[in-house]
Ligand binder design. Structure first.
Ligand code: TRP
Length: 457
C-alpha cells in the first residue's frame, strides 16, 4: 500500500529534524544505561571504547540508515522491499520492527520509574538527607511493587501512544525543541555540584582515567551495544526518521550533530553520577538502580534540591518520551505503510501488545521471584531483554545495514542519494571504506569473540 508524501508528513526544517533525531537518541540510554554500563564495565576504559565506537561505527551507520530512509521514504521493511525487491533483505527490516517493540517494552518500564521518581521528588520524598542504604531500599521497594510498576508502565505507554497517534511533525518536533536544551543545562549544573562534593576525585579517576587491564571481550561488546543503543541505531529507527527528511537536508551534517549532542549528554551524565557515587561510598557496579540511588543523594545536598530533583526527573521523563516515540514509530510506520492499517489502529494494537510484553519486565525487579531470576541465564527478565535486544540485536542489525550499503545497494548509489538536492559529502570516500570494511569486520569480530568465549552478559 502506498501512502502519499502528504499523509506521511515531513519535518518542518533541518533544525527541527536534528532536534527530533537528537530527541530519539537522547534518553534513558544516556542518563540511565550509560552510567550503569560504565560502572559495571570498569569505568574509563569502557568510556574510551564507547567513544571510539560512536565515531567509527555510530556516525557511519547513522548516515547509512538516514540515507536508506530518505531514498525510499519508507519504514524499514518497505525500504528494503523498495531498493531490493524479491530478496530476503526485508527480513532485516522485520528484525528492526521486532527489536523496536522489544526495546520499547522494557524501556517504558524504566521510563515509568522515572515518572514515579518525578512524583516522589515533587512531594518532597528526597528533601531529607538520607544514607545511600536508605535510598537503595527506597528504590528496590519502589520498583518491587508490582501494582506501581505496572501502572507507571501503562501510563508511559499511554502518553507515548497519544503523541504517536497525532503524527510526526507536530507531535515530536514541538516537544524536543524546548525541553532538550533545558535538560542539558540541568545536567551541567548537577555535574558541577557532583564534582565539587567531598571525595569526588576518586569518581573522576574511575570515570576518566582508563585502566586498560579492565578491557574484556564482553566490555567491548557492551560498549558497541551501548553506542548503538544510545544513537538509536541498528533497528531502523533512523531509517524511519530519515524517511521524513527532505532532499534539501544534509545527512552527514545531521548525523554528526546528533552524535555530538548525544555523546555530550552521556559524558555529562557520567560526570554527574560518578563523583557523587564515590562521594557517597556506593558501588559503581550497582546496576540499573544507579541513577535512582545516586541522584537523590545529590539533591538532598544542594540548596533548592526539591526544585532540581523534581525538574530533573520530569525532564528525564520527557527525554525518555521523545525516545519511546521513535521506538513506537517504527512498528507503526511499518503497519501503516505495508499493511494499510490506519494510524490509530496501528498505535492502539502495537501499544497494547508492547504494554503486555512489558509486564514481565515490570515485575522482574523483585515482585515475581521467577521473572526476577530466570532459570539458566540467572538474571532478571528486564536485564535479559536489555542484553538481547538492546545490545546484540542492534549489533546484528548494524552489521547487516553496513553490509547492505557496502555490498548490495552499493556505496555509490548511497552517496548519490546523500548528494541529491545539491548537498556535498566531502568524506564520501572514507565513509564508503568504513561502511564496507571497518563496520562489518569490527562488529563481526566483537560478536564472534563473544560467541566463542560464551560471555554474553
Ligand atoms: N537512543 C535512545 C536512548 O538512548 C533509546 C532509543 C530510541 C533506541 N530509539 C531507539 C535505541 C532505537 C535503539 C534503537 O535512550
Amino acid at each position: 500500500m502506498e501512502t502519499t508524501q502528504q499523509e506521511r508528513g515531513n519535518w518542518g526544517s533541518t533544525a527541527g529534524f536534528i532536534l527530533a533525531a537528537a530527541g530519539s537518541a537522547i534518553g534513558l540510554g544516556n542518563i540511565w544505561r550509560f552510567p550503569y554500563m560504565t560502572g559495571q564495565n570498569g569505568g574509563a576504559a569502557f568510556v574510551l571504547i564507547y567513544l571510539v565506537f560512536v565515531a567509527l561505527i555510530g556516525i557511519p551507520v547513522m548516515i547509512a540508515e538516514l540515507t536508506i530512509g530518505r531514498h525510499t521514504q519508507k519504514n524499514p521493511v518497505g525500504a528494503f522491499l523498495k531498493i531490493v525487491p524479491g530478496t530476503s533483505w526485508h527480513w532485516l527490516g522485520m528484525l528492526g520492527v521486532i527489536t523496536g517493540v522489544a526495546i520499547l517494552s522494557f524501556y517504558a518500564v524504566v521510563a515509568g520509574w522515572t515518572l514515579g521518581y518525578f512524583f516522589k521528588a515533587l512531594v518532597g520524598d528526597f528533601n531529607r538527607a538520607m544514607t545511600p542504604e536508605v535510598l537503595g531500599k527506597l528504590f528496590t521497594g519502589f520498583i518491587g511493587n508490582p501494582a506501581i510498576a505496572i501502572a507507571l508502565l501503562a501510563a508511559f505507554m499511554g502518553i507515548t501512544m497519544l503523541v504517536v497517534v497525532r503524527g510526526v511533525s507536530e507531535g515530536i518536533e514541538r516537544w524536543s525543541k524546548i525541553l532538550m536544551p533545558l535538560l542539558f543545562l540541568l545536567l551541567l549544573m548537577l555535574s558541577i555540584r557532583s564534582v565539587t562534593l567531598p571525595g569526588a576525585g576518586k569518581g573522576l579517576e574511575f570515570y576518566l582515567k582508563p585502566d586498560l587491564s579492565k578491557i574484556h571481550p564482553e566490555t567491548v561488546a557492551q560498549a558497541l551495544g551501548q553506542a548503538l543503543f544510545s544513537l538509536s541505531l541498528g533497528m531502523g529507527a533512523m531509517i524511519t526518521y530519515g524517511s521524513y527528511l527532505s532532499k534539501r537536508d544534509d545527512i552527514p551534517k545531521a548525523a554528526v550533530s546528533v552524535a555530538i549532542f548525544d555523546t555530550l549528554i552521556a559524558v555529562l551524565a557520567g560526570l554527574m553520577i560518578f563523583p557523587a557515587l564515590f562521594s557517597a561510598g556506593l558501588d559503581p557496579a550497582g546496576g540499573p538502580g544507579l541513577v535512582f540511588v545516586v541522584l537523590p543523594s545529590i539533591f538532598a545536598k544542594m540548596p533548592g534540591g526539591w526544585f532540581f530533583g523534581s525538574s530533573f526527573f520530569l525532564l528525564l521523563s520527557v527525554a525518555a518520551l521523545t525516545s519511546t516515540i521513535s521506538l513506537l514509530e517504527v512498528p507503526v510506520s511499518y503497519l501503516v505503510d505495508e499493511k494499510g492499517w490506519t494510524r490509530k489502529k496501528a498505535v492502539g494494537l502495537t501499544g497494547l501488545f508492547t504494554f503486555v510484553l512489558g509486564i514481565p519486565s515490570a515485575i522482574s525487579q523483585g515482585s515475581s521471584a521467577w521473572f526476577s531470576k530466570l532459570p539458566v541465564v540467572a538474571m532478571d527478565f528486564l536485564s535479559l531483554m536489555n542484553a538481547l535486544f538492546g545490545n546484540y540485536s542492534l549489533s546484528v542489525g548494524a552489521f547487516f545495514i553496513s553490509v547492505f550499503i557496502g555490498y548490495k545497494w552499493g556505496v555509490s548509489a548511497a552517496v548519490s542519494e546523500v548528494r541529491t538536492g545539491g548537498n556535498s559529502f566531502p568524506l564520501s570516500g572514507s565513509w564508503g571504506f568504513v561502511v564496507r570494511f571497518i563496520c562489518p569486520i569490527a562488529i563481526f569480530f566483537v560478536l564472534a569473540y563473544i560467541a566463542v568465549t560464551g560471555r554474553y552478559f
